[in-house]
Each structure stands twice: as C-alpha cells, then as structure tokens.
Design a protein. Structure first.
Length: 216
C-alpha cells in the first residue's frame, strides 16, 4: 500500500526521548530552527519532519564551519551564550531563541539588576544608582551594604578595582540597557553584537555573584 506517511526507525517513546537531546543540540547550532525550519510536513508526512530537516541543516552548518576554519586557519576561541553567567543566560534565553536579540539583552540586564538587589537586600535603588552604592569604596552603612571584590586594605588596587567595577556597571546600563529599552524603532541587533553585549553583563554578574558582602 502506498502512502504519503513516512515510517520511523524505533518506537515513539524512544524517538521522543532522543528528540530531547537533539533539540538541545539544535538550539546550540541553529538557535532559530523552530521558526526558520518549516513544520508544515509534520502532519501530512511525519510528525518529526521539522526535526529531520533541522538536523540536515545543522549538519551542513557544522561541516561548513569546520571547512571555513580549516581553509582560513581561524582557530579563534568561540563565545557561547550558554557558558555565560546563569543570571544572564536565564534572563535572555527565551527571547534569544526566538530571534529577539535586543530584548534578550534587556531581559538579561533586568535579571542582573534583580539579583544584585537580592544580594544586598535592597529595593530602594536599581541599576546605575545601585551599583554606585554597592561598589562604593566607602564603608558600609545601615541599609547600604557593599560588595567587595577584594579585602579593603586601603590600597590603590582596592580603590582601582571598585572604581572600575562602578564605572563598568554604569557603562552597561547607560550605554547598553537604556538605549535598548528606551529608543523606539531601533533595528534588531545583529546576533554577534547582542552576544558581545550579553558578555558585558556576564562579567558584571560574576563580579556581583562572587563578591563578599560587607554590612555595617
């Protein structure tokens, strides 16, 4: 008997379990595969047609990427969003996978701000004002804890590190987060630029997460 349906190798439960792993790999290689690879054949041919087509595309992309690196001799390290600080990627993941890169960066910035507020138990300050306070070189005050990236030994290094952290945080929010959030009609960020911006917030997140809490 002839049919338009395509049979699978293996049972439905086995295939579904394998699909969980395949989807994670596809999310890494082709982050927008769910929207860019058509799924119209899933109902009339096979429910896994979208997955199979995405796997073919991912395989070709990996082969092409390896060939380019081999021909050009480009052995530069690769930056992965999934390897960034969990606060950043947790905040950005859903929007990133749907191709909303500018909004993903904004969501990551909000997540880092919220986690910093949690670390110092404050809701009265946020973003630039918050980081100016937590990285201040002044001793902690009641209701104003500090985050210390090294012990306060009154050295130039201590002052430099915390002055730099304060300035870096201000740059992240004033130079990245605010334009992304407040400017209407901005074009979508290219993926590589959005990745660079996520990396900036990942640096800030690691500082906040690893710093020692100093209270009055």
């Amino acid at each position: 008997m002839f049919t338009t349906k395509r049979s699978n190798r293996g049972g439905e439960r086995e295939i579904a379990a394998s699909a969980q792993v395949v989807e994670q790999l596809l999310d890494r290689v082709l982050p927008r595969w769910r929207t860019e690879v058509p799924d119209d054949r899933n109902k009339r041919v096979n429910r896994w047609c979208q997955h199979m087509e995405a796997v073919h595309r991912a395989d070709a992309a990996l082969l092409r990427d390896a060939e380019v690196r081999e021909r050009l001799g480009d052995n530069a390290p690769q930056l992965s969003a999934g390897a960034m600080h969990p606060w950043v990627w947790d905040g950005a993941r859903a929007l990133w996978r749907s191709g909303h890169f500018r909004e993903a960066v904004t969501a990551a910035a909000r997540k880092v701000n919220a986690e910093a507020q949690n670390r110092v138990s404050r809701r009265d300050a946020s973003e630039t004002a918050l980081f100016q306070s937590v990285f201040s070189k002044d001793p902690p005050k009641h209701g104003q804890p500090r985050l210390r990236l090294m012990a306060d030994d009154d050295s130039d290094t201590f002052k430099s590190i915390h002055r730099g952290a304060m300035a870096f945080a201000e740059g992240c929010y004033a130079g990245i987060r605010n334009p992304n959030s407040h400017e209407d009609g901005l074009p979508e960020l290219p993926e590589h630029e959005a990745l660079e911006q996520l990396a900036a917030f990942s640096v800030l997140a690691r500082w906040v997460d690893s710093a020692a809490l100093s209270t009055a």
